[in-house]
Every structure is written in structure tokens, then in C-alpha cells.
Ligand binder design. Sequence first.
Ligand code: DGJ
Length: 745
Amino acid sequence: MKLTVRMRLFSILFGTLLLVLLAPGSSSARTEQVFRLDGGNATYAFGVNERGELQTLYWGGRLGPHDSVPAAHSLPEWASFDSPNTNTPQEYAGWGAGLFTEPALKVTFADGNRDLVLHFVRATPSGAQSLELLLKDISREIYVTLHYSIDPESGILARFASIENRQKQPVVIEQAAAAQWTLPPARYTLSYLTGRWAGEWTVNQEPIQGGERVIESRRGTTGHQANPWFAISRDDSQNTAGPITADEEHGEVWFGALAWSGSWRITVEHSQLDAVRVTGGFNPFDFGYELKPGEHLETPVFYGGYSDHGLGGASRLLHRFEIAHILPHAPDPKPRPVIYNSWEATEFNVSEAGQEAMAEKAASLGVDRFVMDDGWFGQRKDDHAGLGDWYVNSEKFPRGLKPLIDKVRSLGMDFGLWVEPEMVNPDSDLYRKHPDWVLNFPGRPRSEQRNQLVLNLARSDVRQYIEGFLDKLLTDNDIAFLKWDYNRNWSEPGWDQVPVDQQRRVYVEFIRNLYSILADLRQKHPKIEIESCSGGGGRVDLGILHYTDEVWPSDNTDPFDRLSMQDGFSYAYPPQVMMAWVTDSPHWLNNRRTTSLSYRMLSSMQGSLGIGANLNNWTPDDFATAKRLIADYHSVQRTIVGGDLYRVISPRGGSEFSASETVSGDKNQAVLFAFTHSTQEGRDFPLLQLQGLEPDAEYKLGWIEGKALPGTPESASGAWWMRHGLQLDLRGDFQAAAFRLDRQR
Ligand code: DGJ
């Protein structure tokens, strides 16, 4: 059949959205529709097949502007056991018509029907690089709008879905993904992040084999135990029987991150026909979102990208994207102030005099921000009481917070304060007044963790209370920064004030209210900066990072443990948001490990630096070392937190050595940190060949800490530093070195 093809090309400086549309009216016209998004070094294409399904066609390296992508044709039945519906890689599959792989959407209708088959209705460009596609069930009034946009710089796609019920009766959504991604057929290695409290950010790597790998949180929050990020590296050693290892700087990598701070799930499926599909969105466990007639449910955004420079290239793209598009002050968030926080020094024993004395010491180091942590409010003597009562404790601060804040300001720092708004101790005025405000099932036990319960933020009165006290706190006091903590996960997630069929909405409404409070506070107090902390790294994701300027990656501040945690963190998130404190040695967690102050400083200087040690115990030498290194840090901070990160030697897998390098966007500066755990058999530190420099430019070497072996030039070309490389003089136990390279004009 001869088809009339109408092409609309939206030319943009870097990215393009190309729609190949056909004349309306032709029954087969829609089967030839191909939608293509181009950005950075990536192309994403999908089309409508002859059954009307939206089918993935291509995701990978950028294609030529005039290349055509063949139209979609659904895959045939493989055997009577595998329907075409299962075999065809759909962009957003409803559970119906014999779909045996993960659905994107599963619903139960009021009459008991649970069959849902989504077919394409129309596509509408919604911006220069974005597109909306409408799908509808083959007979029922369930509509799904799929949103796509591509970042012209990084080629990272943002996808989410909006599900609308136009039936006359409610439907229950049992499973709703933000997006499904299909990769080209190949052998792959999956990387993902897991952990536990004080042990977050473990990188796991495994071959993708038949079946499904589930990465998830069922905890009502993002969780320490897994993080909503994945990377899938193409295995180049397809024909070898050897172990499969992802390559840091070479090869094709597909990656994604989910922007959701509630229960979430990402599945990586290797189907019976060797297709690899990733599905991510709300966690279907205990989910059940009732959608009344006329209502719609919007899913979180699932971001996905492609790199042909290995896992290093993938994280560099993701970092740039997060800084340019996700963070509250994107595209140019300012480097984080160097903070002092006394939590590890004083715990709950805060007082006006004690904090002021500590502030004087912190200021003498060149610290920019002084943060008072837990213990300042209510009847908070320890973690048994006070959460929920957000008034200043008059025994500890008889004159209120003002004298301390004034003192901190007079020392040239700004002031930050710890809060944990979503929690309540049963021993609090708030709980005595509103015992019904917590997540619970009536008549059932209320499980406490850290002696606290979770306020049901899905409730409008709770939402109002939390926003109200925070607004007042920020209005009444000169507070520049909130450390927003969240120290337990959900249990008994009941919400009995709404009808039974709406109670599971708590999984969505709680998080939406959290986001909206953060958005309101930022709007009312535009100068406020916020850290997302959840007993360390329990709430780090691209959803919360839209509203918070930084995160606390872990309560584990051991400088050696932090090396591998920071390495793991960096796969998904940039050093800009990664707070890293220098604390005391021996460290409380690994309590017989002693490290030097310079080792601890350099470990933390790889991210956004903070000091959390008890300065009352520091010697004059300690003050001098920290002051010098903080000044050095300030002078190269923009490169460290905003540059391109190269994990030159990974500390993972029991490595004796590690090194990380960041290069500024203009390639004018590079900063390198190197660490050795313990020298064995007299071995030298591995030769350091730098990366990402301009080969023909001249770079001058400047030491922050440590030295190289004799013969290392003071200045050499980028080619020399990258190809010849330098040999550090770094031996012994827990030793560290750092240097900078500055381009000469
Ligand atoms: C957990 C946080 O991660 C710590 O840094 C500290 O703020 C405590 N909570 C305070 O209770």
C-alpha cells in the first residue's frame, strides 16, 4: 500500500524530536508511525504496530539525522505458550491479552474485569523535545498519557505516565509503572546499589540471566537497602566463558533512576526470548490506588540514559543532568557551604554555651555554616521523647535560639538546624493530643522504631501542622539551612480516617504532601537550603533531590569505609550533593581504627565537605591542618563538586588503593585524590594516568597533600599526565595524597 508520509521535523540546536506521521483516516496509517527523540549521543525510537500497540524500536547511540527507523511490527507467537503480546516489546503494556511479562499497568474494574489492553490513540508534541502519547483500553474508558522528553545535552529521557479513569465507576490501580525500557538483544551485566544503615552504597554487579531481578523498597520511603538506580552494561566478551565485568570507561551502558521517595520497584527481566526489559514505578506490593470517575494518577518520573563510555561515562552524564535539571537551583547550584555539625561530638547534649563555644572553634577553621543537630526542642534529652514538639527547649536554650544564631552570624557563618518533621515520640505533647495522627491500624499494636512513630502525612491536618511549624520556625529565626531527618521506615501503614477502598492511597499521598511542603517552604523562604537525611542515606533519589540541595549519604563517617560508599554513591549522584564530614578517630563504628586528620580530611574532600568532630579535643596542629585543607578545598571546590568525575582506581572489591579525579567542564583544572589502605610487600602505588585533560594544554602540578616520586615534572602537557602518568610516593597504612593540575595560559 502506498502511504502518504508527512514529516514534521522540529529542529533544535542539539536535540530533535522527529515525528513521522501518516495521513489520518488510513486504517493502516498508524502502523507506520515512528516517533524518534534525539539528544546528546542518544536516539530513542518507538512506533505503533499493526495491532495498535506502542512498541519500542531503538534505544542506543545517536543515529544520523536522515536515518529512518523501520516501522513497528509485533512479534509473532513463539509457541502456543507465548503470546505475541508477551513477545512484543511494548512501551507501556497493560496486563491483559495474555501478557506474561511485567505489565506497566494492572487494574481491577468495578465489575471484576481485570483485562486491560492499551492501544495507541494519538501523539501530540508537547514542546521542542517532548511528546505526549495517548493510549486507551480497547473497550473501556481507561486512558493513559505517556510523557516523554529528552535532554538535548545528555540525551537523558524523562518518562512518566498519567492514568485517567473516564469510566462511570471507580477502578483500582494495582500496579503502575512510570516507564518500561527495552534494550537491544545482547548479553549484559546489571549494576545496582544496595546497603543497610551505616553501610549504604554497595555496588552489585551480576550477569543478567533468565528471570527477573527485583530492586525495591517496601518501606514507604526510598530506603538504605536499595537505591532506585540501575545501569546495564553490554557485555563485550559475549563469546568468552570468562567472568563478566562491567567496564568503567568503555562500552555501551544504559542507565536509569526513578524520582520517587516512597515505596518503589525496578524490575530487570530477561524474557524467554532473551529480551531485556526494565520496568519501574510505584511498588505494587500492598498498592491499590482507587481512581474515581474523572480522577487521574500521575506516576513518578523514570529517567533513562545511554553512554558509550562505560559506567564512568554514564555517571558523568547523570551528574551533569542532575546538576542542570534536577537540583533546586539547577542549572547552577552553588557549591555547598563547608559546614560544622556537632552531632557526633555532643549528640543530644546541646546548650547555648556549648554550641557557641563550638561555633567559635568552627569559625576559626574557615567553616561557612554552623548546624545544630538533634536535641534542641521539646523534652528531647535522648531519643525517647520530644519528636513532634517543635518548641525550643527552655532548659538548654533559656533565651531561645536567637542568641546562638546571632553569635554564629557574628562569626561569619550562617546557621542551620536539624528537624525530623514526619515523626513523633509517644512521649510528646503532640502524640498525647493527637494519637490518631500516626500511621496505624486501629486496635493493632503500633510498632515503635527508635522509640518513634510515623505521622500520617497523607492527612491534611498533619500536613498543615508540619508545614505550619516549619514555616513559623523559618519566619521567626534567621535559619539558612534545615537538615531534614527521617529515622525509621513504615510499619502498620493504616489510614482509617478515609474509606477502606481509599486507604492505600497513603503510599502516594504521603510522598506528594512531603514534596508539596518542601516546595511551599522553598517558595515562602527562597533562601532556605535543605538536606535530605534519613538516618544516613535512606532517602536519596531524584524525587527528593528536586526539593533538597544535598543529602547525607550515611551515618557511617569512618573515612576508610566512606571511600567505597562514596564510590558507590557516585554511580548515581554527584559529589555536589554528597555531604562528607570529618569526624573523630578512632571512629565509633570501627572503633579500633585510627586514621590521621589529613587522611580523614582528604576522604571527605571528595564530596561536599563538613566537619563533625569534637573540636574541644583538637590540638593546635589539628586546627592548623584542617584550616589549611579547608582553604585548599575552597579553592578547588567547584571542580570537585561540579566537574567530570573519573573513578580512576576503585576502592571496591578489597582494593588496597583508590583514586578519584574530577576535571572542570572547561578542562582548566583537575583535582585528584589517592588513598592507600596498607602497603604490602613494598609495592608502589599504581601508576596514575589521569583522564579527561586537554592533551595539548600545559598543566602545572600543585600539591594539596603528599608528594610524587622524584623526577615528576612541575608542569607538563595533558598528554604527559594522561599517558606517561605520575608515580605517587604513597606508602604505609591509611595514607592519602591530593593534588591539582592547573592549565597554564
Ligand atoms: C540520624 C542522622 O543521620 C544523624 O546525622 C543525626 O542527625 C541523628 N539522626 C540525630 O538524631
